[in-house]
Design a protein around this ligand. Sequence first.
Ligand code: PEP
Length: 257
Amino acid sequence: MLNKVVIGNQKMNMTATQTRKFLNAFVPEVEHINCRVGICVPYTSLAICKRALKDTNVMFGAQNVSEFERGAYTGEVSSEMLADIGCKLTLVGHSERRKLFSEHNSQINNKIKQNLRYNITSILCIGESKRERTQGLTQNVICKQLDECLSGLYENELENIIVAYEPVWAIGTGQTATSKQIEEAVSFIREEIARLYTDKASKNIIVLYGGSVKPDNAKNFINIKNLNGFLVGGVSLDAKAFSELIQIYSGKSNKKK
Ligand code: PEP
């Protein structure tokens, strides 16, 4: 696995037709880049991604998954269904799902376990609210989220986990965390993984930052210690801006050699 990873979260924005147009513009721009690239789309765009991203370096994923395996859960989409369509990634525990749909850590833990059964990588979103940061609770929040969301997982299963540190107050607000705040959170996350597992697990796990990352500010985050990349919301809707961000971060031209 390459060390640099950038994943887009397009939220509930693109129709399948819009996804096709987006991919036509986006994929050629990131084809020869030194960075793992992924895009999390609405369920209705997954089939388009499967077709359009075949034989490319761009991974695709869903933005959510059921905590249940199958059965009478109207409206849910299971890990098995996602795996069957070639989906290798899903977000789990995004703050919008926690806040708007009351998702809690034990459900997120179940979702991760379902994903593991079908070899899907879970991008586990964690992070504190503004109030929690102001009250000095950032580390407590991160610690509880990691403990409960990863409960019962074996060390080898962390290969299928990406942690995205997304302070809630930075998501979609235009207000990014500072490099120092990100560095502190990332190093705390790695300490926690070492406490729960081993130093090796802590070193190997992929940790991303998400919260108002744009081409204009991406270079501020390039040198953050132990950070592997970004989870990108708003900017991932714009093929030009998103590919520019990835090019800046990867530090490589996208031109064929
Ligand atoms: C997100 O929704 O995960 C996110 C990081 O959004 P934005 O980049 O728009 O802040």
